[in-house]
Design a protein around this ligand. Structure first.
Ligand SMILES: Nc1ncnc2c1ncn2[C@@H]1O[C@H](COP(=O)(O)OP(=O)(O)OP(=O)(O)O)[C@@H](O)[C@H]1O
Length: 318
């Protein structure tokens, strides 16, 4: 993805291309799309759309569409997984413009970006927006490679993501509107069974070694895991990652620590170290799992690079 520049022609007639994940928010995204379409028709907006049909399809749709019509605005409707895919599909298209209507269960990206959590307001903001904003991305390379918008984690958080994503029960619990229960159950399970390991973390060339490491989190903005403000001071447009390492904390204290995240108290706890940096390499002695924006992307070791000012977002006006 090449560096992009801000600026908008105020007289331009916009075309929108919507990519909708029909299974996001336990299929609640479909209702949001129906309402969105009503508004688009009412306002006589030019648009096109497609539904994602399987995991990874959002990447293909975004790529395919930008090849055909590079000047349209790509709008993701879904959760963090959907905007993650759309942005990865837009990689390699420096002029791509992306927008987002939150319709997922977690919506950390919307929180971090200050996008209105009410889909109708987010749409209204998008259609009448005069603002474009350029944000940073992280580029990761492990057994797979790609970009992340929210955060990348190695350790306990990725272990939870892995069991949740593999879970057959997730779908059932989502159907009865109790998706959060499954996260909490797996969080407790991993909290009881996860084995912290030694991790080497090299930040902008400086080497740190941590024993008994629960997790290392690299954040592009404050939120993670569906509203947890893990890195309160991270900003998506300052070219800097906020890095949090949680290590050498007894199991019970770790549980108590999570309650302090609500007001940012975790940053002062012994065993919680924070750093800032742009290029990070992490190696785990036991092959800890890795997640990027809630998707399991590898295990063991990972290199991360700051990609400053890489995505042009069309956002609601002030
Ligand atoms: N038609 C489909 N069938 C099954 N899975 C799909 C389909 N379309 C997209 N997906 C996958 O669904 C996953 C979850 O989507 P998404 O993250 O958008 O919603 P969510 O889980 O409700 O929200 P959040 O991540 O914000 O909690 C993504 O990894 C995506 O690849």
């Amino acid at each position: 993805m090449g560096k992009v520049e801000a600026g908008r022609d105020p007289f331009e007639r916009r075309t929108y291309y919507f990519i909708i994940n029909p299974v996001a928010k336990n299929e609640g995204s479909l209702k949001i799309w129906e309402k969105t379409m009503e508004t688009l028709e009412r306002e006589g907006i030019t648009y096109n759309y497609a539904f994602t049909e399987y995991k990874g399809h959002g990447v293909e749709l975004a790529r395919e569409f930008l090849r055909r019509q590079g000047d349209a605005i790509l709008v993701a409707i879904g959760g963090d997984g959907t905007i993650h895919e759309v942005v990865n599909g837009a990689a390699g298209f420096p002029s791509a413009r992306i927008a987002y209507i939150p319709a997922g269960s977690g919506n950390d990206f919307a929180r971090g970006e200050g996008i209105n959590s009410r889909p109708s307001k987010a749409l209204e903001g998008l259609l009448h927006s005069e603002r474009e904003r350029i944000i940073d991305l992280g580029y990761y390379k492990t057994s797979s490679e790609g970009y992340f918008l929210n955060s990348l984690g190695i350790g306990l958080d990725a272990a939870i993501t892995r069991v949740v994503n593999q879970s057959q029960m997730k779908r059932y619990f989502n159907k009865i509107g109790a998706g959060k229960i499954i996260y909490f159950a797996y969080f407790l399970w991993e909290w009881m069974t996860y084995k912290p390991d030694e991790m080497e973390v090299v930040i902008d060339g400086e080497r740190h070694t941590f024993t008994n490491t629960w997790l290392v989190n690299i954040s592009n903005h404050p939120y993670f895991g569906g509203g947890i403000k893990i890195s309160p001071n991270a900003k998506p447009d300052d070219g800097i990652f906020h890095i949090l390492v949680i290590h050498n904390i007894p199991r019970l204290k770790l549980l108590l620590m999570f309650s302090t995240v609500l007001w940012g108290g975790h940053l002062r706890i012994k065993g919680v170290d924070s750093f800032e940096g742009r290029t990070i390499r992490i190696t785990s002695s036991n092959g800890a799992p890795i997640q990027a924006d809630g998707d399991n992307v590898g295990a063991g070791d990972v290199c991360i690079d700051m990609q400053q000012q890489m995505v042009k977002l069309v956002v609601q006006g002030e």
